[in-house]
Design a binder for this molecule. Structure first.
Ligand code: HEC
Length: 468
């Protein structure tokens, strides 16, 4: 049985675009909605001065998350409320009760009056929800400061577009800077992050066009690592699409000498405790995007930048026993996973699977690869359809190694020669609006989910040696 690849899907077989990774899995969506509150603005903070209220950064995300849907054409907020929030201009102009916002005048700003409940009915007009104190304070602060739109943004554009526009503004600002100035700023930002982990550490910075590596590694290893990352970037771009890898400025790669520094970094920067098996992390949405890892033992990484054949022989032996990743492999894994996650709300397995898949490319086999295959094969033996379905559905209750193994195997299968031509279409399909996995599978591979699982399971059994 072979999956019937449709010619139409083949025609889409170009490079997957970044946004292609927006995933429509119901579970991932539900989790996302559950953690989204009025107080987590999604816009990026780079463009506005941190000390001044910014509509795009502080207010638009609140309105987009809580108000815009209902206050758009055909919905209650427009039909009954006669207030359209399709643009900044319309929002400020307001409705029959009066203007939405008046500079420095809270008593005449009906958006404010409605969210505080000073004017009834209180907004958002949903049964249980009111805005949190922080969200209300953000609206208040913006009105008091003049109820302006950030300079350079179009008042007729949809409110939703401002988050993306802010990134453009940040990018434009960076591009205007002289290279020296840019590097000085980068160094400052990078060292600042390091100090939070351990002020006594004195890292060196090694840069390439897209990366700045901060570490206490021997210079030779640091240089080899950052060069390996630079050359890996084209592979990552090809796999994820240019947009997912188009960060303003360089990405900082922080390599800590020990776990204690890493744990402290997570505690001070992310304000969270580090799970026991965690080896790295990344945040590409931060004002200064970064990847952070604990340096693994050197497994002969200079070989990674050496010609392919030679490195395969050397690395296979070194990494094979420990199951460890090389440093470039580890950095790639976390960079890719974060890039996929930052490009929308993709299912977790896809981010995880692509991360380890591309990291394996860097390490060319080795112990980590063997571990993943073993985990996937174990899942196959226990019943692929059930195990894979758990992972595809969000992976709740699935052991971490198994989740990684199955996610990896799915990506490796879908990127293998037999299915490779439609993998970009698969990614693209996952992006396009609210579709379920079943729909995408049917459209791209021309089969139902059951057949899809049978086929991928068979591929895994055949490739990883499960057949007896
Ligand atoms: C579930 C739909 C819904 C949501 C969500 C919603 N609104 Fe409304 N809104 C309405 C309706 C309906 C009215 C008209 C209510 C009335 O006065 O009878 C209204 C009226 C208003 C008015 C007064 C318009 C005028 O000039 O009379 C303002 C201002 C307003 N909403 C702001 C907001 C803000 C800000 C949010 C988000 C925090 C929000 N709304 C969320 C449905 C909604």
């Amino acid at each position: 049985m072979t999956i019937a690849i449709r010619p139409r899907a083949l025609a889409l077989g170009l490079v997957a675009s970044a946004a292609a990774l927006l995933g429509p899995f119901p579970k991932a969506r539900a989790q996302d909605a559950a953690t989204k509150t009025a107080e987590t603005p999604q816009a990026k903070p780079e463009a506005a001065r941190p000390d001044e209220p910014s509509f795009a950064r502080d207010v638009a995300p609140i309105l987009v998350a809580n108000c815009v849907d209902c206050h758009s054409a055909g919905r209650q907020g427009v039909k009954r409320g006669k207030l359209e929030m399709s643009s900044f201009e319309k929002l400020v102009a307001g409705g029959p009760s009066g203007p939405g916002a008046v500079a420095a005048n809270l008593d005449e700003s009906h958006v404010f009056l409605r969210v505080t409940g000073d004017e009834e009915p209180r907004m958002p007009l949903t049964n249980d929800a009111t805005l949190g104190a922080k969200a209300i304070a953000a609206i208040e602060g913006w009105i008091k400061a003049g109820a302006k739109l950030d300079p350079g943004l179009d008042p007729k554009a949809p409110l939703k577009s401002y988050a993306a526009s802010l990134e453009d503004v940040a990018r434009a600002r960076l591009e205007k800077m002289a290279p020296d100035e840019r590097d000085a700023r980068l160094k400052e930002a990078g060292l600042d992050l390091w100090r939070k982990a351990d002020p006594s550490l004195k890292p060196e910075m090694e840069t390439t066009e897209h990366f700045a590596l901060f570490s206490t590694l021997p210079k030779e290893r640091a240089t080899a690592t950052v060069k390996a990352m630079e050359s890996e970037l084209s592979t990552i771009r090809r796999a994820l699409g240019a947009e997912a890898t188009d960060w303003p400025g360089k990405v900082c790669l922080h390599v800590f000498p020990d776990r204690a520094a890493y744990v402290e970094f997570q505690r001070t920067v992310k304000r969270r405790e580090t799970p026991e098996d965690e080896e790295g992390d990344a945040d590409l949405k931060a004002a200064q995007p970064y990847v952070v890892v604990v340096a693994p033992p050197d497994v002969g990484e200079t070989a990674v930048v050496a010609p392919r054949r030679k490195s395969r022989r050397r690395r296979g032996a070194d990494a094979g026993e420990s199951g460890a990743r090389s440093l470039p492999g580890l950095l790639t894994e976390h960079l890719v996973r974060a890039a996929v996650l930052a490009s929308g709300t993709p299912p977790r397995w896809l981010a995880e699977g692509l991360g380890v898949y591309l990291a394996n490319g860097v390490d060319r086999g080795g112990g980590a690869y063997q571990d993943l295959r073993r985990a996937a094969l174990g899942a196959f033996r226990r019943g692929w359809a059930t195990q894979a379905t758990d992972v595809l559905g969000g992976g709740e209750g699935v052991a971490p190694e198994e989740f990684r193994g199955v996610s990896f195997a799915l990506v490796e299968c879908l990127a293998s020669p037999r299915y490779r031509s439609v993998f970009p279409a698969f990614l693209k399909g996952m992006r396009e609006g609210g579709e379920k996995l079943d729909d995408v599978v049917r459209k791209v591979y021309g089969v139902d989910r059951e057949t899809f699982l049978t086929e991928t399971g068979e591929w895994i059994a055949a490739s990883y040696g499960g057949r007896r």
